[in-house]
Design a protein around this ligand. Structure first.
Ligand SMILES: [Zn+2]
Ligand SMILES: [Zn+2]
Length: 253
């Protein structure tokens, strides 16, 4: 499977785009930077979007992406999200006040966007890629995803604090090529990380005690002001299994 990292940060600045991956060129995993990272021709090829949760750093490009691709390909854009995420996006984003309700435009029979509700541990398959939602621990209902294609798999978690089920899935999944996980704040911001349910290098190290196998762990969702400190603190852990998920890189798993 091909995984292109369009945005690997938990905030935005000149060098940092918000969370967004492209699976095999056509499925977006989160939508933090679809319209910022891709030219229009490539945006038109994205027909499905899988969302972890409703927060802005994972959804903010949806209005502009939909506007960019509308009418340029057949059918609706399909968005796969939990009931809670779907509710939030419809109520607070596509509410005709913040942005037009594209689930009813140009009309409700042929809308620009369709939502599909997904549930924890119930797999669904898009273009041969199977996604299994895994509950993680964040301030709003949030999924990580086990992503499987042709016998190989990765475990993608975006925002989470200390959690349990994700590690159980990592430990029992054969063919796991990599695990991606939140490290949003540096250790000096531990209190903020704890109340907002994110990880720091210190809590990441404790979480990794739950991992019972050797697999590359790719850190992402760094908050832009914390990037340098997080890099220093992760290096000080002295672990060979930790890498940073590189924005702009195309991974093959
Ligand atoms: Zn986030
Ligand atoms: Zn979040």
């Amino acid at each position: 499977m091909q995984l292109e990292v369009l945005g690997s940060y938990g905030g935005e600045s000149i060098d940092c785009r918000m969370t967004c991956l492209l699976v095999n060129g056509g499925i977006a995993l989160d939508a933090g930077s679809l319209s910022q990272a891709l030219c229009i021709e490539r945006q038109v090829k994205v027909r499905s979007i899988v969302l972890t949760h409703s927060h802005m750093d994972h959804t903010n490009s949806l209005p502009f992406f939909i506007e960019n691709v509308y009418g340029k390909a057949e059918g609706a854009i399909d968005i796969y999200a939990s009931a809670a995420t779907t509710y939030s996006i419809r109520k607070y984003l596509f509410n005709n006040a913040t942005w037009p309700d594209f689930t009813r435009l140009p009309n409700h029979l042929l809308p620009a966007v369709r939502f599909h509700e997904i549930e924890a541990e119930v797999p669904f398959t898009l273009d041969g890629v199977t996604f299994t939602p895994v509950e993680v621990s964040h301030t709003v209902p949030t999924f990580g995803f086990l992503v499987e294609h042709q016998g190989r798999s990765i475990l993608w978690s975006s925002d989470t604090g200390p959690t349990q089920r994700l590690w159980e899935v990592a430990n029992r999944t054969g063919g796991l090529q990599a695990l991606m996980i939140d490290t949003s704040f540096d250790n000096a911001m531990q209190q903020i990380a704890d109340v907002s349910l994110h990880l720091t290098p210190a809590t990441l190290e404790r979480e990794l005690e739950k991992l019972e196998r050797e697999v590359p762990v790719l850190i992402h969702h760094l908050k832009p002001p914390c990037v340098e400190a997080i890099h220093r603190e992760v290096a000080a852990l002295g672990r060979g299994d930790l890498e940073f998920l590189e924005q702009g890189r195309v991974y093959e798993f």
